[in-house]
Design a protein around this ligand. Structure first.
Ligand SMILES: [Zn+2]
Length: 429
């Protein structure tokens, strides 16, 4: 039972206090799970789906993704955010960390779209002071380059304007661009900024081998060793990928209780490697799951992501017991909530928590028979099996249809926007 957006009773209703419910949702033949939490998603990249396949990270960025992102208008930023949220909601994601929000996408327009959709989100403003990536400097197209003071000013103003609005559904974080995109001093500034504004930090880290080469050459440390030194490790930070960690790093990530956004599809498709997820969890790190971006996944479907997270560790460790289904479901829900600093509010179905709930239709050929519902959800289900989604007690998806987003309009605007990106960038589709 849900009242004022909170779960007040779990299981068969014993009583409703003599009151009649405003709305009764039948979950007959369905599994009810906590809303899925995507800990690493690029809102601007859904418009780039299918636009950057079969390339390694640096080529993928410099030859396709950045040139297209560099010609975004604020309208494209809003359309892309809506398309991303439509796909996420319909496949059971209720909360997400939106990374890579640069000024040209229009922070206000994106935040307004998130607020009107009703999802729970942390929007991370990009902070940078150099247009490079890893060992390659000055490779970012002009349209994406931002001035350090301007990024910090905008981050502060966005935090003050948006952090905690809509009853806390919208939050604002800060995101150092990447190793090679920020000077050493800027990382310390970001740590200070997060402390002053009492917000959280997220960034891509140790994603590819180039990150290790860069950190060793410039700082004499591993990527995580450097981040620890500048004061950015810890439970208030969320690091995406973390593929290239040595054994000491793994221990330190756990010891510092840092959060990790594991993005298996992206790591496999960009051939970045496979992170040591069971070892990180064993060391004490909190690991959530993320879909990353449409050009490197190419979907925002957390249900499909769960299966991949479970099976790749078994193959890597040659051990079928590595990463059981229940651990992966926890990774996609409660661990994700913890990574967002919201584990006391969402991530599990408990009395007192906010009602972020997903109903999965089990009456499908690929989901019967079932002896173990968790196994069927992790290994057999797809995002399209999601029937109903509630966020904060409000129904946002019913019968597979999004109620707060206009699907027909968004799909047609997205195609038009992508055509415009190719025309303005001069790239061929
Ligand atoms: Zn990413």
């Amino acid at each position: 039972m849900v009242e004022d957006g909170a779960i007040t009773q779990v299981g068969r209703p014993a009583h409703a206090g003599g009151r009649k419910a405003d709305l009764v949702i039948s979950a007959k033949g369905m599994a009810v799970i906590p809303g899925l939490v995507d800990t690493h998603i690029h809102l601007a990249q859904s418009l780039l789906r299918g636009s950057a396949d079969d390339l390694s990270l640096v080529d993928w960025l410099t030859r396709r993704v950045w040139p297209l992102q560099a010609v975004f208008t604020k309208e494209d930023g809003r359309v892309s955010a809506e398309l991303s949220m439509l796909e996420m909601l319909k496949s059971g994601t209720t909360s997400f960390v939106g990374v890579d929000v640069v000024s040209r996408y229009g922070f206000d327009g994106i935040a307004r779209a998130v607020a009107s959709t009703g999802m729970r989100a942390a929007l991370a403003k990009t902070i940078m002071d150099s247009p490079g990536y890893g060992t390659k400097s000055s490779i970012m197209p002009e349209g994406l380059v931002e001035d350090k003071d301007e990024c910090i000013r905008e981050a502060k103003s966005m935090i003050r304007k948006w952090n905690g609005v809509k009853g806390g559904l919208v939050r604002t974080w800060v995101a150092p661009r990447s190793l090679g995109g920020c000077s050493k001093e800027l990382y310390s500034d970001v740590a200070d900024l997060a402390r002053e504004e009492r917000t959280r930090v997220t960034m891509h880290l140790a994603e590819v081998r180039e990150d290790v080469t860069y950190a060793k050459k410039n700082f004499g440390l591993t990527p995580f060793g450097f981040i620890e030194k500048v004061g950015l490790s810890g439970p208030g930070s969320l690091f995406a990928h973390m593929v290239w960690l040595d054994d000491r790093d793994v221990r330190r990530v756990g010891k510092t209780k840092s959060n990790v956004a594991h993005c298996p599809s992206s790591n496999l498709k960009l051939a970045s490697g496979i992170p040591k997820v069971p070892e990180l969890m064993e060391a004490g790190a909190n690991v959530g799951l993320g879909c990353d971006g449409a050009p490197c996944n190419n979907s925002y479907d957390m249900v499909r992501e769960m299966k991949l997270a479970a099976v790749i560790q078994k193959a890597r460790l040659l051990d079928p017991r590595a990463m059981p289904a229940a651990d992966v479901l926890r990774m996609a829900t409660l661990n994700g909530a913890r990574a967002m600093g919201m584990e006391s509010q969402v991530g599990s179905i408990e009395v007192g928590k906010r009602a972020d709930l997903v109903l999965i239709d089990l009456k499908k050929p690929h989901l019967v028979p079932f002896t173990d519902i968790i196994s069927n959800i992790v290994y057999s289900a797809m995002g399209s099996d999601v029937d109903t989604v509630l966020v904060d007690g409000k129904v946002l998806v019913r019968g597979g249809e999004a109620l707060t987003l206009d699907e027909g309009r968004i799909v047609s605007e997205a195609q038009k926007s992508q055509d415009g990106l190719f025309a303005r960038s001069g790239l061929r589709a």
